[in-house]
Design a protein around this ligand. Structure first.
Ligand code: NDP
Length: 232
């Protein structure tokens, strides 16, 4: 059976990706740092007949990620698709010259390093898949051109760096498909209710059916959805 792990899957885009993947026959591990919220998400998916398993994982915490990989291995012998979805946005429209080191560090810890550490921890399980994929949920705000224009600089920097992590992973893991994707501007806690896309559109499960590609260019790295229109 195809397996997928989605981080930050207790709500928002992550939940919807998990839900849609179970609809495509995946056994989905619902990664969440909050046990109650994760278990509620699993119960909701199960009500629709989906096969989901809760996996406690705080991507900003090394020991939590290590334990999660160990727990995963008790329930499944391989991982086909890793969706690094968990993300935070803690800055507003403060100028780059005003954000604190602490805020930037906190954002990078989750959005950039979090995705890398989860990938590292799950590579042994991904290597056991016939078609391993790592999908990093990025943002048009992380594009080097035409993306960031000064809004939420810590967030945008973290997503630019995440795109670089994706390229590095694609190089280090030539048999894997490693991609960054952008869901566009989506109505979630993060995106707010004025966003242009529903969570169903943002979580389009092309995540689960992307053709096997060794690498995509940076220009194509936000291929799902259009560029983040947040502050245009
Ligand atoms: P939400 O804020 O609705 O959900 C974020 C999810 O990430 C929550 O489940 C949250 O868990 C989880 N999370 C945050 N930090 C951690 C952590 N340290 N460990 C584990 N889980 C964590 O955001 P969205 O659903 O909107 O965003 C999902 C992804 O899509 C993010 O990477 C975001 O940057 C990206 N994106 C979103 C856009 C949008 O318009 N919404 C646009 C472009 C990109 P908890 O509930 O415990 O806080």
């Amino acid at each position: 059976m195809n397996t997928a792990l989605v981080t930050g899957a207790n709500n928002g885009i992550g939940y919807e990706v998990a839900r849609q993947l179970t609809g495509k026959g995946f056994q989905v591990f619902v990664g969440a740092r909050n046990r109650d919220a994760g278990q509620k998400a699993v119960a909701k998916i199960a009500k629709e007949g989906g096969k989901a398993i809760f996996l406690e994982i705080d991507v900003a915490d090394n020991p939590s990620v290590t334990v999660a990989a160990r727990e995963f291995a008790k329930a499944a012998d391989h991982l086909d698709v890793l969706v690094n979805n968990a993300g935070i946005i803690v800055d507003g429209d403060n100028a780059i010259l005003e954000i604190s080191d602490e805020l930037l560090r906190k954002t990078l810890e989750t959005n950039t390093l979090g995705a890398l550490r989860v990938a590292r921890a799950f590579v042994p399980l991904l290597r056991k898949s016939k078609a391993p994929r790592v999908i990093n949920v990025s943002s048009g705000g992380g594009q080097l051109t035409g993306g960031a224009d000064g809004w939420s600089p810590a967030y945008c920097i973290s997503k630019t760096a995440l795109n670089s992590v994706t390229l590095q992973l694609a190089t280090a893991l030539p048999k894997f498909a490693a991609n960054s994707v952008c869901p566009s501007w989506v109505r979630t806690d993060m995106g707010g209710q004025d966003a242009s896309r529903s969570v169903e559109e943002g979580a389009d499960t092309r995540y689960g059916s992307l053709p096997m590609r060794r690498r995509r260019s940076l220009e194509n790295s936000c291929a799902i959805g259009k560029k983040y229109p947040g502050r245009e």
